[in-house]
Design a protein around this ligand. Structure first.
Ligand code: NAP
Length: 303
């Protein structure tokens, strides 16, 4: 039996669907069974509770051969100011529930890149350490930048035809799409051979800079798109405006600094780390339909 956390999450949805298609027996942990589809309720054992609650996790992990572990990505309105504390409370609950068990863990992570001040990524480095302390076998899946983050830019892609972020435009990074991260998780979950602690980097098929990204998006959206590097403070102000506490907004801003982006190169690309979906394919299959459906594609192009 496999336990899947965040069954409605962006990665978790794909992981769950794929495991069920393979005929695996699945339990999900959800903070509300009302949020689960009738199919999931019918096909899966459901444990209701929060992922930062060790008692819930003990029930959810009990008897599981492998757990897909995902700390919910913080959302606007999240009341935690400190990104480390936010991630730590989930990791500590997992540590308490896993210690002494022989359950394996496949965990969504963002990496450890030898750079201490990397915002959310540094928080994930601590999460990896905390889960390792439990002694269970684990694969931390280290992804860099989800292509799906670009969905947040749909309003500015429409007008003025730009992506505004605080990272330098010329440093290539291994953007990856969420379905490929989930496929890598499922590969690890269904590979019953490993019993040790380790990590797998999850790279898109090519490292792409934000400037190169703008060229790809211009082609797919059939309009000129620019990448615009904004000051860190502008990104922080924007994140605070949509509801993130200041500390969290600062942690997000540190994700894309020059040092942080260069640190992503620390994970070497191999055949095992490389996933198939190119930015161009993802933009055509996922971004373009959402962009068109948003009703913003016809807006005046003011670039
Ligand atoms: N964005 C990036 O570029 C990037 C890169 C590398 C790694 N990551 C990390 O990869 C992971 C990916 O997560 P994701 O985007 O798939 O997650 P997500 O879509 O944010 O999923 C979160 C899900 O967690 C559930 N949830 C929220 N709080 C909960 C709680 N206290 N207890 C139980 N369930 C709760 C929600 O369920 P309901 O829908 O039912 O409310 C939601 O569907 C995150 O840890 C993220 O930080 C992100």
């Amino acid at each position: 039996m496999i336990t899947v956390t965040t069954p409605n999450g962006r990665v978790g949805t794909h992981v769950l669907r794929s495991l069920l298609e393979r005929g695996e027996t699945v339990r999900v942990i959800s903070h509300s069974s009302d949020r689960l589809s009738p199919t999931v309720r019918e096909k899966c054992d459901v444990v209701v509770g929060s992922l930062d609650d060790a008692a819930t996790l003990r029930r959810g992990f009990d008897g599981a051969e492998t757990v897909f572990w995902c700390i919910p990505q913080s959302r606007p309105g999240n009341s935690w100011d400190d990104a480390h504390e936010y991630h730590d409370r989930f990791a500590r609950a997992a540590l308490a529930a896993l210690t002494g068990s022989d359950t394996r863990v496949v965990a969504a992570s963002a990496g450890r890149h030898g750079y201490d001040d990397q915002g959310i990524v540094s928080a994930f480095a601590s999460v990896e350490d905390t889960i390792n302390m439990s002694g269970v076998a684990v694969r931390h899946l280290r992804s860099a930048f989800f292509m799906e983050n670009l969905l947040e830019s749909i309003p500015t892609l429409a007008s003025p035809g730009a992506v505004f972020l605080n990272g330098p435009g010329d440093i290539p990074l291994p953007m990856v799409c969420i379905s490929d991260v989930a496929a890598k998780a499922v590969d690890c979950i269904t590979d019953r051979s490993w019993r040790d602690q380790g990590h797998v980097a999850v790279h898109g098929p090519a490292h792409v800079s934000f400037d190169e990204m703008a060229v790809v998006l211009s082609e797919i959206l059939e309009k000129p798109i620019k990448y615009v590097k904004v000051p860190d403070q502008a990104l922080i102000d924007n994140l605070e405006r949509v509801g993130f506490p200041n500390g969290f907004a600062r942690a997000y801003a540190r994700l894309l600094t020059k040092d942080a982006l260069e640190a992503y190169a620390i994970e070497p690309r191999t055949l095992e780390t490389t996933t198939p979906t190119t930015l161009s394919e993802w933009a055509r299959s996922t971004l373009l339909p959402v962009f068109n459906a948003s009703g913003q594609s016809g807006q005046e192009n003011r670039v």
